[in-house]
Design a protein around this ligand. Structure first.
Ligand code: MN
Length: 422
């Protein structure tokens, strides 16, 4: 699996596009209750899509148009959810005819670090340094569900939430404790975003005939997420972050069970796959031979999950796929992945399929790259967080469109082109 030249180009942010009336078809159904506003949206979307790397002033044809764009972003009656919902409807339409759709979730931190004048931004990162106490990076947290076909064609967003962390010091302190405090219910933790998105993307009535597989990186290795998914039969593939004790007879039997890694390493190797890693981070490109193992196991609820107090948490029947690099050159970190899924895996082919789906998770990283390096959304100065959210919403759809346009035009959606990454 290798990265295509086109993806390389896109990763470098070298993107252009041509558009004729695409905004009409993507946003034509948006109703703000005022025709002028709906027209304004189409104009903005077309201008930005035509000049993806430009600032608002550069993208607009003239002063009048720039002024119209600014007043659009400032207009408090414009709800970004309407814009999104119009796009979601289109994504769902594009999904028709594909039996399996990957709903890839990921979080991106949009930093407005040096924008001193922007009002209402939350905190996306905080550290306590020796000299500057309570160092904070301001910005927005963008959690997106990006829909991709199993051939790798990005068909649009299925969900997006742009939020921020509380800004008060006490709140920050509390938050810091929370994220490590497993005694709090999941709803009170920030990780609830993974579960909310899972539920939303599985509730499109138009996608009833499609298999919508949620794909996430290690951040989403959360029992509560797996529990919701398993209860409602929402399929998922998530990379494991931790080595759990599994197959316990009961949560009260401390000594029963075994570690998942140990279980997998005594499972027979079912076959090998070859992956070409592209050159990156000053490392030369290389080919890795990986051993593939799979097995099923029982995930027991964590003993300290607060929900035990109110109800009996179920044991979950899950499957794991392990991919381990056989030998590496000196200094190379051997690749070692464990994927968790609630989809049955009975043979090597079914295991490989899950690995390929996980490889396609990289698509959302490219989407984030287009937003940041291509469209330079972090350079936008709009003066307030609300305006930025409207702007980021529209730019997200444009970023998707640029990506779709490239892949679709060259008709190169072949999963063998994608490389693996953690
Ligand atoms: Mn992530």
């Amino acid at each position: 699996m290798i990265v295509s030249d086109r993806e390389k180009k896109m990763k470098e942010g070298n993107v252009t596009t041509a558009s004729t009336g695409w905004a009409e078809s993507e946003f034509g159904i948006v109703d703000f209750g005022d025709k002028r506003l709906s027209k304004g949206l189409l104009k903005i979307a077309d201008s930005f899509a035509n000049s993806p790397e430009c600032s608002i002033n550069q993208a607009c044809e003239d002063w009048h148009q720039s002024k119209a764009a600014y007043s659009f972003f400032q207009n408090e009656s414009i709800c970004e959810r309407r814009i999104l919902e119009s796009h979601f409807t289109k994504t769902v339409e594009r999904a028709q005819g594909y039996p399996t759709i990957l709903a890839i979730q990921d979080t991106s931190y949009i930093s407005y670090k040096n924008h001193k004048k922007t009002q209402g931004l939350g905190v996306i990162a905080a550290r306590t340094r020796a000299k500057t106490k309570n160092f904070q990076t301001h910005g927005r947290i963008m959690h997106t569900t990006f829909a991709v076909t199993t051939e790798g064609l990005p068909i649009g967003l299925l969900e997006q939430k742009i939020s921020s962390r509380p800004i008060l010091d006490e709140e920050l302190k509390e938050l810091k404790q929370r994220s490590h405090n497993i005694a709090l219910p999941i709803e009170e933790k920030e990780s609830i975003r993974w579960i909310e998105s899972l539920e939303k993307t599985n509730h499109y009535p138009e996608l009833e005939k499609n298999k919508v597989v949620t794909v996430c990186d290690r951040e989403a290795d959360i029992y509560d997420l797996f529990e919701v998914a398993s209860t409602h039969s929402f399929p998922f593939v998530v990379r494991a972050r931790q080595d759990r004790t599994v197959n316990k007879k009961s949560q009260y039997f401390k000594k029963s069970g075994e570690k998942l890694l140990a279980l997998m390493s005594r499972s027979p190797c079912q076959g090998e796959i070859k992956i070409n890693f592209p050159a990156r981070n000053n490392k030369a490109k290389r080919t890795a031979i990986l051993e593939v193992r799979f097995n099923h196991f029982t995930m027991n609820p964590p003993r300290n999950n607060v929900k035990h107090k109110t109800r009996k948490l179920p044991d979950l029947k899950l499957h794991a796929v392990s991919v381990i690099e056989k030998s590496t050159l000196l200094g190379e970190e051997p690749m070692n992945w464990m994927l968790l899924t609630n989809i049955d895996i009975n043979n090597f082919e079914e295991a490989i399929e899950k690995i390929q789906w996980y490889c396609l998770r990289w698509r959302i990283e490219i989407f984030h790259k287009i937003l940041k390096s291509g469209l330079k959304v972090e350079e936008c100065r709009l003066g307030s967080a609300e305006r930025l959210i409207r702007y980021l919403t529209i730019m997200s759809v444009i970023a998707w469109r640029i990506f779709f346009y490239y892949i679709n035009r060259e008709n190169k959606s072949n999963p063998s082109l994608y490389f693996l990454t953690g």
